[in-house]
Design a protein around this ligand. Structure first.
Ligand code: ATP
Ligand code: MG
Length: 430
């Protein structure tokens, strides 16, 4: 007899199978008990008819508490009215462990209560759906890069210098030396791209964000790609192709999860290529039209990004930001050096920036000058300057935040549910 996953029950109709899982819920109507079992892939209703299974098994079932672990055995049948669409007529039941009184019941709980019990909250259908979508997103990104001749080149987590500004650094002691948790793998990616051509990394990044928002975590996962001989347009073209691929994969393979999350998938389905592209200056015009008080040269905050993205049904690229608000390594636009050849991608529906990217400075003298202007330690960047010393080429790259992408594709209003164990301001338990 086969042990099957609940999500595959449709392939076993009429067969006797066993399912290994946990008791999610139960109800009883005297002669019949309904055991709703979860196994991490879905829910199924086990039907236990007392007169068929006998007193012993029936009383065994009577002792089951929520989240007790169990193995049920029986024939699968279609039952459109039951959760998941299938039922198992229970012929055998093995109790693996009886759970103590479970703190998360089927009534509503506050988010703080749930967050303190994240290790258990993860078991609920909504949370497992989110993590499954997250997994599909990461897998599809890896597949995309693999199919497009990219090499995975993992960047270090422990680094000797800042990359994205010194205010959000987590410091640590490295055998007596100062070190920092990585805020971005970009600088290392540039070195790897000069070695391999097209590379990406997918790993955790760390930023000691000082403010509490619904889109910032202290530890988040970023997919970062870097491409030799790519200019700004090549970069943007690649990003939209990748993101479109990811959206299609999630729509194809996460239908069940999207249903659980009650996500309006029509909004994702109508996203087509190419994505709209506007300049920072045009974005400022939109804000002015909207009556938002905004000065050219300032950086966009969340409300600005929302106001801009409302103009579009698809993600929108905003390019050529003022050089003063972007990182030191961004290449100035030769036609207007006040702006840089970078672009951020703003997700629709108010989800804000999900990608930051751009073309990097490839000129040795200019990069050296920028490092000095930003008061960065010259020694720490000596190796980075070497990349311009030995065979420098135009190159570009980007970083996409996994959690913000999950929040958007799942339609969540807070980033805390997008990762199994979120690290937030003043909160890292469990
Ligand atoms: P923001 O202005 O929203 O703080 P950023 O400009 O600091 O973003 P980048 O440095 O360009 O972001 O990082 C690239 C991507 O990483 C962002 O587009 C976003 O998707 C993600 N990201 C950045 N900071 C965080 C964070 N604290 N938590 C989760 N994701 C983040
Ligand atoms: Mg930031």
């Amino acid at each position: 007899m086969a042990t099957v996953l609940i999500k595959n029950l449709d392939k076993h109709i009429g067969e006797e199978v066993s399912v290994r899982g946990w008791l999610y819920n139960q109800r009883s109507s005297g002669k019949i008990s309904f055991l709703i079992v979860r196994d991490g892939t879905g829910l199924v209703q086990g039907v236990l008819v007392k007169k068929d299974v006998g007193e012993e098994l029936a009383s065994l079932a009577g002792n089951l508490t929520q989240e007790s672990s169990l193995i049920i055995r029986g024939v699968v049948r279609e039952e459109p009215r039951s959760v998941g669409g299938y039922e198992i007529l229970i012929a055998g039941l093995e109790i693996v462990s009886i759970a103590e009184e479970y703190p998360i019941t089927h009534k509503e709980h506050g988010v703080d209560f749930l967050a303190d019990r994240r290790h258990l909250w993860l078991r609920t259908p909504r949370q497992t759906a989110i993590i499954r979508v997250r997994s599909e997103i990461e897998q599809s990104i890896r597949d995309f890069f693999y199919e497009n001749d990219f090499v995975l080149a993992d960047a270090p987590i422990i680094t000797p210098a800042a990359c994205e500004g010194t205010t959000t650094l987590f410091e640590l002691d490295y055998h007596g030396d100062k070190a920092f948790l990585s805020q971005s793998g970009q600088l290392y990616n540039e070195a790897a791209a000069m070695a391999l051509g097209r590379i990406y990394c997918l790993g955790p990044t760390f930023r000691a964000e000082k403010s509490k928002t619904r889109r910032h975590l202290m530890e988040f996962w970023m997919i970062e790609a870097e491409m030799a001989y790519f200019d700004m347009d090549d970069n943007i073209n690649l990003q939209e192709k990748m993101l479109h691929f990811v959206i299609r994969r999630v729509l194809e393979r996460c239908e069940r999860e999207m249903k659980t999350l009650e996500r309006d998938v029509a909004r994702l389905e109508k996203i087509t290529l190419p994505f709209p592209r506007i300049s920072y200056t045009e974005a400022v015009e939109i804000l002015k039209k909207e009556g938002v008080d905004f000065v050219w040269g300032d950086d966009f905050g969340a409300p600005h990004e929302t106001a801009i993205s409302k103009y579009f049904d698809a993600p929108v690229f905003v390019h050529r930001y003022p050089a003063t608000i972007k990182a030191f390594y961004m290449k100035p636009d030769p036609e207007n050096p006040a702006v840089v050849l970078g672009a951020d991608l703003l997700a629709p529906e108010g989800y804000g920036e999900i990608i930051g990217g751009g073309q990097r400075i490839d000129d040795f003298k200019l990069l050296e000058q920028r490092i000095a202007e930003h008061n960065l330690p010259q020694e720490a960047f000596a190796w980075y300057l070497d990349l311009r010393r030995y065979g420098s080429v135009p190159h570009s790259g980007f970083g996409l935040g996994i959690e913000r992408t999950v929040a958007w594709l799942c339609g969540l209003d807070h980033i805390r549910e997008t990762i199994p164990f979120p690290r937030m301001l003043h909160k890292m338990y469990p």
